[in-house]
Design a protein around this ligand. Structure first.
Ligand SMILES: [Zn+2]
Length: 285
């Protein structure tokens, strides 16, 4: 599933390709992916153009003229792929491969006036596209918690989020209404870097542990964005479906392997907050 760094990578990639290009055609072959009336959805977009692309958490916000917005969420298996001859920008779920377009999962296809295309592919069809006005866009934004990339993500604000809660740390980090954009991979990496067990309850954390978690959240998410995420390569010739952060994973997916830090214990994997959770029993307290 694409997480914040993967969605940010798509955002930056598309921003360089599709802004201010006139949409000359829009094909929708799966109505259920459109959260508006499909006919009016198409009518409002054809002839229109995207002025900018924003993001909150994992939700992409395509800005249209006259304070209209197209929200796109990839959910589990959505892909957004821009293609113009050999030029390709792709992001989202890592299957199907992006070489063959359109394919049977290309449910929505935008064509721009330079004959470039933007495909929305979705294997399991949990993703969605929705046209909204400014007020509804703001409601969608407000449903998201603070992002580690926000300048308001200060130690003071992070401490305020932790205070008074007793939840398990891993569940807290994954709760998008509290902190927006940390998914399973990055939650494990953050806990490892902060040397805190993901199974700890928030009310047992020391001030120093909270500070380390805050710092690790900022560091890991920034590094993952710099490396264009973990789960997907964004260019055709990149290394077969992995973003560059895959090489920096310290615990995620390393169960039963020697810890890279202490080089003594093996990384353990348990189920926590409903998710596979990786940690070093020696390095994390
Ligand atoms: Zn260790």
């Amino acid at each position: 599933m694409p997480e914040l760094p993967e969605v940010e990578t798509i955002r930056l990639g598309l921003q360089a390709k599709i802004l201010n290009k006139k949409i000359v055609d829009l094909k929708v072959s799966k109505d259920k992916l459109i959260k508006n009336n499909t006919k009016s959805f198409i009518e409002k977009l054809v002839g229109n153009k995207f002025l900018d692309i924003d993001r909150v958490g994992k939700l992409l916000i395509f800005v249209l003229p006259e304070e209209k917005y197209l929200l796109i969420h990839l959910k589990m298996t959505g892909q957004l792929i821009y293609s113009k001859e050999d030029d390709l920008v792709a992001g989202g779920h890592n299957w199907p491969k992006v070489d063959d377009l359109p394919n049977k999962y290309s449910h929505i296809i935008f064509t721009f006036d330079d004959n470039s295309k933007l495909f929305f592919n979705d294997l399991r069809q949990f993703g969605y596209l929705k046209l909204v006005n400014k007020a509804d866009k703001q409601k969608a934004v407000d449903r998201h918690g603070l992002q580690p990339t926000d300048k308001e993500f200060t130690l003071k604000n992070f401490k305020a989020l932790v205070k008074g809660r007793r939840a398990v740390l891993k569940a807290f980090l994954l709760n998008q209404q509290i902190i927006s954009g940390i998914g399973n991979i990055y939650a494990d990496e953050i806990c490892f870097r902060a040397k805190v067990m993901p199974s700890r309850h928030l009310d047992t954390l020391s001030q120093d542990e909270i500070r380390r978690l805050w710092q690790a959240s900022k560091y890991i998410i920034k590094k993952a964005i710099d490396k264009k995420g973990t789960t997907f390569s964004d260019y055709r010739n990149a290394d077969g479906g992995r973003g560059g952060f895959a090489d920096f994973l310290k615990v995620y997916g390393r169960q039963d392997k020697k810890c890279l830090n202490c080089k003594k214990s093996n990384i353990k994997k348990i189920k926590l907050a409903g998710r596979g959770t990786h940690f070093c029993p020696s390095c994390q307290k």
